[in-house]
Design a protein around this ligand. Structure first.
Ligand code: ARG
Length: 472
């Protein structure tokens, strides 16, 4: 008796879903139409380019070429308006479209697949999809950079604590803090752009794996699809997915950056810091604790990073053991990429919304910036500059002065001059000029430092960059 048939597999606890015949189970594991229908526009675009090329090369007739183009146009319209019936028995988007083309135009439909295989077809479709997604992601990153630049400009002089180990370390401006993310995002956009440039080669015409004996023109199809050139090795063309891995790694790095910013929104909007007021639109209340305002959107941006990094790991693991050329394993390349790129796109949109509408509590930031003896480094630097002490000794003297302030439960700038001079005779009245957070921040004028003038200059630099690199 075949255990896969009938009652045994229909056990409601675990088998109900797989109660069908081996044919049904095979169909379910084999089919990709549930997710690759997303590639319909790319599939049709690729087929149109291929058919035109076959006509030009005299491989199919102009009449067949026209029938194919008309039929594909109708199919695209049917899919867009939701009247197309997808069939799991037809496995994937390629066969679903080809079968419908057969219904519409008859025998000519069968000529479309001349000098082509689903292996080069799917590689082409997926490249076109990922290429579009990379462009979209780049534009969204630019959008978020613009939002952060506006906030940075408005807060070029807003003082907050800068942290190391999440302990107040030295005062910085909030504008400078935000600009750190602008730099990261610019590199993210660069990574997406690099990945795009490297992936922009056409697999079409590689056929199953060995190339084709038909006299095709691969340059023509590459050009029609906006690729820079055809890929140079048919086996590589159908069997590598490094373009998807590269897109995912750029996405994972970008998501990691967003996650750190999200984490800061979570921490600094909490009452312990109170630096940020969360915008209504991106927070929620608690169903039981009326006082709460939760940073849900930031938490979800932070969490979605998990699935994006997971998609990268997942696809690397799928690919790492595959001999050349195509194996069906590679059908598993799509869902992770779709999900990761959707998630990153949503996260970028949520982050732009949140950062644009974030309320900034400058007073809480300034108060925190003054705590924790955050100008101690400025004091040590003053001792080097004005009193000629070696830095190591200045560090030691400053440590003693911090201990003194701690004993007296006061800020560094409130330690009386005479007490300071007891520790180090060379200290003069002039030291108080560096002990305030404003002076500390204003003094960090070397390139890349936090001084408000530097912040404004860097904002201008990136605004200029954004207008010069506007997505086309
Ligand atoms: N649905 C398949 C995929 O996504 C298309 C390629 C099928 N090729 C094959 N030789 N069975 O990978």
């Amino acid at each position: 008796m075949n255990l896969l048939k009938g009652q045994a597999m229909s056990n409601r606890m675990w088998g109900g879903r797989f109660g069908g015949s081996p044919d049904d189970i095979m169909e379910e594991i084999n089919a990709s139409i549930g997710f690759d229908q997303r590639l319909f526009a790319q599939d049709i675009r690729g087929s149109l380019a291929h058919a035109q090329m076959l006509v030009k090369q005299g491989i199919i007739s102009a009449a067949d070429g026209k029938a194919i183009a008309d039929g594909l146009g109708q199919i695209e319209a049917e899919i867009k308006d939701g009247t197309f019936t997808f069939s799991r028995a037809l496995e994937d988007i390629h066969m679903n479209i080809e079968a419908r083309l057969g219904e519409l135009i008859g025998e000519a439909a069968g000529r479309l697949h001349t000098a082509r295989s689903r292996n080069d077809q799917v590689a082409t479709d997926f490249r076109l999809y990922v290429r579009d997604a990379l462009d979209h992601m780049g534009a969204q990153i630019h959008g978020l950079m613009g939002v952060l630049l506006n906030q940075a400009e408005a807060h070029a002089e807003t003082i907050m604590p800068g942290f190391t180990h999440l302990q107040p370390a030295q005062p910085v401006t909030f504008g400078h803090h935000l600009l750190a993310y602008v730099e990261m995002l610019a590199r993210d956009a660069g990574r997406f752009g690099d990945a795009r440039a490297r992936m922009n080669e056409s697999p079409l015409g590689a056929a199953a794996l060995a190339g084709t004996g038909f006299d095709i023109d691969r340059d023509m199809t590459a050009q029609a699809l906006g690729f820079d050139r055809p890929m140079g090795n048919s086996m590589d063309a159908v069997s590598d997915r490094d373009f998807a891995l590269e897109a995912l790694s750029a996405a994972a790095i970008c998501a990691t950056h967003l996650s750190r910013l999200a984490e800061e929104i979570v921490i600094f909007s909490g009452p312990a810091y109170g630096f940020f007021d969360l915008p209504d639109a991106f927070s929620t209340g608690s169903s039981i604790m009326p006082q709460k305002r939760n940073p849900d959107a930031a938490e979800l941006v932070r969490a979605k990073t998990g699935r994006i990094i997971g998609a990268l790991g997942g696809l690397m693991i799928v690919m790492k053991g595959l001999p050349l050329a195509y194996s069906k394993d590679m059908q598993e390349d799509k869902e992770g990429v779709f999900n990761a790129l959707d998630s990153l796109s949503l996260s970028l949109a949520a982050m732009s919304g949140m950062m644009g509408a974030l309320g900034i509590n400058g007073e809480a930031m300034r108060a925190a910036a003054g705590s924790g003896f955050s100008t101690a480094t400025d004091l040590a630097d003053w001792l080097v500059r004005e009193a000629g002490l070696p830095f190591r000794q200045a560090h030691h003297v400053t440590g003693q002065l911090v201990a003194l302030a701690e004993e007296n439960n006061c800020a560094l700038e409130d330690v009386p001059l005479a007490d300071m001079q007891n520790v180090e005779a060379a200290i003069s009245e002039n030291v108080f000029s560096v002990l305030s957070v404003d002076n500390s921040v204003a003094s960090r004028r070397a390139f890349g430092g936090t001084a408000p003038d530097n912040v404004r200059a860097r904002v201008a630099h990136w605004q200029n960059w954004l207008s010069e690199n506007a997505p086309s």
